[in-house]
Design a protein around this ligand. Sequence first.
Ligand code: NAD
Length: 362
Amino acid sequence: VRIGIARETAPGERRVALTPETCRKLVAAGARVTVERGLGVRAHFADEAYAAAGANLVDDAASALSDADLVLCVQAPPPAVLATLREGAAIVGQLQPEADPARAEAIRTRRLAAFPLERLPRTTRAQAMDVLSSQAGMAGYKAVLIAAQLAPRFFPMLTTAAGTIRPSKVLVVGAGVAGLQAVATARRLGAQVECFDVRPETREQIESLGGRFLDLGVSAAGEGGYARALDDEERAEQQRRLGEHLRGIDVIVCTAAVPGRPAPRIITAEMVAGMAPGSVIVDLAAGTGGNCELTRPGETLDASGVTVAGPLDLASSGALHASEMFARNVFNFASLLLGEDGLRCDWDDELVAKTVWPPREG
Ligand code: NAD
């Protein structure tokens, strides 16, 4: 099997879908791996390391991809590049085919077997391939560090000759993968941490990380272990209880999401206005509309003394470890596609059958 990897082209993208470690494993499995020179520089993986791992280095994307049976990427290459792939080639990455009609069209016209990893069923067997989880962990971690950086206060309690400093009170909104990593990170920095979610099973997870579960009296477990959107009455109840509670909070880290929908609006402008000056909100959901009404994607703004940050590309900002995890996820999925003598798509394997795009009939 010929595997090709080109440099990522999306703005702000520093991660890579192949590290020297996974390159070595693919070569050991019998693949011929071709890499565009400079692939890993922004994630701190040198060309020499790929060469030592058995990759052939080439000077441009076309030479890396045009005769590949299998293309690996973090984000989808531009439609013009997809149009140069071998007809019927497979491509694995966080492809988001429906985010861009030209991309979807290119995948269809080249008859590519596209495997957008965000479509992977979240079963136990799929965990080792789950890029949403591995990347959310980095995002939750970085969001807390940004909050700590923006806050005009310490996170830990300090007892000093200049008196005692009380610990910061951090509220994490949403206890999915990113939220739980945010709870753990804020705890490690010594803050007092509270967290709420609409899935009741998160209470135990939050408490096991040293956080306090904030009970807002709303339970909305949906399908497949995810949350469902709240109805108007539930949302009003959540907001009423939250509004009162926020006055004592120094830092909010927002991570709430509902699959296939814009991020739920949870923190209103009125709630922000009720917070003390010097408070900080970091909204990890900025890319999908934000959990805070005032969030502007990619911007940090001041709302009457409250700092509201909507950082994008959080996983990419930890490119080295994010890439190590992403590349292992991709390697584990790609292993399902490597046959004895070429690529194989085993449609009896639910991970292969349910991830492929366009979706299979029936
Ligand atoms: P996500 O990114 O879709 O959502 C983040 C969190 O926001 C979720 O916990 C959700 O319940 C919460 N939320 C939604 N609306 C809310 C609201 N109005 N108020 C407060 N919180 C709200 O979720 P995720 O991090 O991708 O994970 C979701 C679930 O999937 C979790 O149960 C996780 O353990 C599970 N999961 C399973 C596997 C696996 O078994 N392979 C892998 C990853 C995640």
